[in-house]
Design a protein around this ligand. Structure first.
Ligand SMILES: Cc1cc2nc3c(=O)[nH]c(=O)nc-3n(C[C@H](O)[C@H](O)[C@H](O)COP(=O)(O)O)c2cc1C
Length: 129
């Protein structure tokens, strides 16, 4: 069942205000902003999605990985980006989600692409839990 990782304080709707303001500051100061509670205790396999923000995952996703207990759980990352790719986001996730097994991510352009649906199907087929 899909659940949102939602920061307590929403980001500004304006892209530049978010990108070059608050999100940049959070990145620089390594701030993990408070999020609305997300209980994952009943899940073993969790698909964790994030946009690439400043070369890594969005800060609320860091909070999510840091404050939940991932012992024995499997994370399947899916990442969107604006041209830079997936960076080392899967490895960054593994550092924060202590005890989790992090599988191969799928990395998708935020603008989509002609083959995206097929890429997702192939990626899902290749996953082994
Ligand atoms: C704060 C912020 C930082 C971003 N940093 C990056 C980046 O480092 N590399 C990149 O390729 N795209 C970057 N982007 C572009 C986003 O990854 C892109 O807009 C997103 O993946 C599109 O998905 P969405 O429509 O769900 O937001 C950034 C966007 C924002 C708002």
């Amino acid at each position: 069942m899909p659940k949102r990782i939602e920061p307590v304080t929403p980001y500004p709707a304006d892209y530049n205000e978010t990108a070059y303001g608050i999100a940049k500051e959070q990145k620089e100061k390594n701030i993990h902003p408070p999020i609305k509670n997300t209980d994952i205790s009943s899940y073993d396999v969790i698909f964790v999605g994030t946009p690439a923000w400043w070369y890594t995952m969005a800060p609320p996703v860091m909070t999510f990985l840091d404050e939940n207990n991932f012992e024995g759980k499997t994370i399947v990352p899916f990442i969107t980006h604006g041209g830079g790719g997936g960076y080392t986001i899967d490895k960054d996730m593994a550092k924060l989600a202590k005890g989790a097994k992090v599988l191969k991510p799928i990395v998708i352009s935020g603008r989509g692409g002609s083959n995206t649906d097929n890429d997702i199907k192939e990626w899902l087929k290749g996953l082994s839990f």
